[in-house]
Design a protein around this ligand. Structure first.
Ligand code: SAH
Ligand code: SF4
Ligand code: F3S
Length: 454
């Protein structure tokens, strides 16, 4: 007979004096954060309360990221710190899940060196959490689930969201692109899309609940729809979402430049609710490196795409990801990246020094570029971008932004993001947090703008 693990765990917990508290800590990208909210959702179904305080928790889940080595080192540091907590509270459960959990080497290492961890599970096992908790509670042995379940979406699970006014909505899972440096396709499996009905239903529910900003999530959102029975692609999904009634705006993360069609930009340009900001990960401006990265576009194609996007949306704000120091990159290659950065004038760049990921194609390359050079180029890129932002943000002086406030900055500022995805600061009271307000820009920096409420 199939066990109802949610009920089984509830029964165990109901014998305790008070319901146990769980703490789910997510690392990495928005999609992982969104998965973490569903891990919390499952724990609530099992009868747990939620806390952000690890020292108060009876169940801790580290929902990890494997994209770069320093992301992994951070996680191991945090796992190490939990040892003392477990000594004080031997009954607590510690689980390591997410993208690192999916890599078989993680469970091996944890089993050997971090004996206070009870469960290791991968991204494919996210829905299996009730069973894993049940097994850990009843068997008190080290539980591992890294099995590949490539077809599943993490679907039909109530999310416990940390904010009411903005939400991430996964539209697809996995990645088929196999950029040669990237671990994501190995830890997240093949692309699979959620049905448009489920996505739209979820967005309608969020909007009627007061949500003002929806971030559509996927490793490559413009592969959306491939493999679904119904013939639908990302531009069509955007159109349908734009037609949903209500007072909210839409973003998405991330499109892959190779799949960014003219139609895709046209739909954004014609829409009422989609923010005029796109994240277009360049990675490198050198065709030689782009080819070695398996990105499947050239610098020229990328620039044509930017030109078209700005033609149909003159004020469009563009951000990007850049990797510095891919194996055997030369200064000549790097200079071509700088050329594109200067030509596009990004509003924001997220730059990373290449990190070798075992199992990927790029990890097999013998790299002759020194770490010292990579560091030097990285700092050069940051300096160039600082100057560009400094100049470029001045175009916003006097502009009116729609800002969704979400936090504070220093003592006197309330901060939020504009539709252009620009950090905007105003002097005001914390009651602004969670509201969308018009702000006139009065001062610009190279990382944010300041303004006043209109
Ligand atoms: N699917 C998204 C990227 C997810 S990973 C996309 O294609 O845009 C986020 C970013 O991390 C990537 O854009 C890349 O710039 C960076 N990244 C991925 N693997 C990396 C590695 N091995 N070393 C350094 N940066 C990496
Ligand atoms: Fe990684 Fe490339 Fe897939 Fe993005 S598109 S997740 S960089 S393999
Ligand atoms: Fe990291 Fe996994 Fe996201 S590797 S970037 S958390 S998909």
């Amino acid at each position: 007979m199939e066990i109802n693990y949610i009920q089984a765990v509830r029964d165990i917990f109901s014998k305790r004096e008070a319901p146990p508290l769980c703490c789910v800590h997510s690392y990495g990208c928005q999609q992982n954060v969104s998965d973490g909210e569903k891990l919390k959702g499952q724990l609530c179904l099992m009868g747990c309360g939620v806390t952000d305080d690890m020292t108060a928790a009876d169940i801790i889940i580290l929902n990890t990221c494997a994209v770069r080595e320093n992301a992994e080192l951070k996680v191991y540091g945090n796992i190490g710190e939990l040892k003392r907590l477990k000594e004080q509270k031997p009954d607590m459960l510690i689980a390591v899940g997410g993208c690192m959990g999916q890599e078989p080497k993680t469970a091996e290492k944890i089993k050997k060196s971090y004996r206070h961890v009870d469960i290791v599970f991968g991204t494919f096992a996210a829905k299996e959490l009730p069973r894993l908790i049940y097994e850990a509670l009843t068997q008190r042995t080290f539980i591992v689930d890294t099995a590949e379940r490539n077809t599943e979406c993490f679907e039909d699970i109530p999310a416990v969201r940390s904010e009411k006014y903005k939400a991430g909505v996964s539209i697809m899972y996995g990645c088929n692109n196999f950029c040669s440096y990237c671990i994501v396709p190995y830890v997240r499996g093949r692309e699979r899309s959620r049905s448009p009905e489920k996505i739209i239903e979820e967005i309608k529910r969020l909007v009627s609940d007061g949500c003002k900003e929806i971030m559509l999530l996927g490793q490559n959102v413009n592969s959306y729809g491939r493999g679904l029975e119904e013939k639908i692609d990302f531009p069509e999904l955007l159109r349908r979402i734009d037609n949903i009634d209500g007072d909210f705006r839409v973003r998405f993360m991330s499109p892959h430049p190779k799949d960014a069609t003219k139609e895709f930009f046209d739909v954004i340009a014609e829409s009422k609710k989609i923010c005029r900001s796109v994240h277009l990960p360049l990675q490198s401006g050198s065709d030689r490196i782009l080819k070695a990265m398996n990105r499947r576009y050239t610098a020229e194609q990328y620039m044509d795409m930017v030109e078209y996007a700005r033609k149909v949306m003159p004020g469009l704000s563009i951000s990007t990801d850049i990797i510095v120091g891919f194996p055997n990159e030369t200064y000549e290659d790097f200079k071509q990246t700088l050329d594109i950065v200067k030509a596009v004038k990004y509003d924001n760049i997220f730059s990373f020094i290449y990190s070798k990921r075992t199992g990927t194609k790029a990890a097999e390359i013998i790299d002759h570029t020194s770490e010292e050079d990579k560091g030097k180029w990285f700092r050069e890129l940051l300096a160039v971008q600082r100057e560009i932002s400094e100049e470029h943000y001045k175009r916003f002086l006097g502009a009116e932004f729609d800002v969704l406030f979400d936090g504070t900055y220093k003592e006197e500022f309330i901060s939020g993001k504009s539709g252009e995805f620009i950090i905007t600061l105003v002097k005001g009271s914390p009651e602004l947090i969670g509201t969308m307000r018009k702000v006139r820009v009065t001062k610009t920096h190279n990382w944010a703008v300041e303004g006043e409420l209109v």
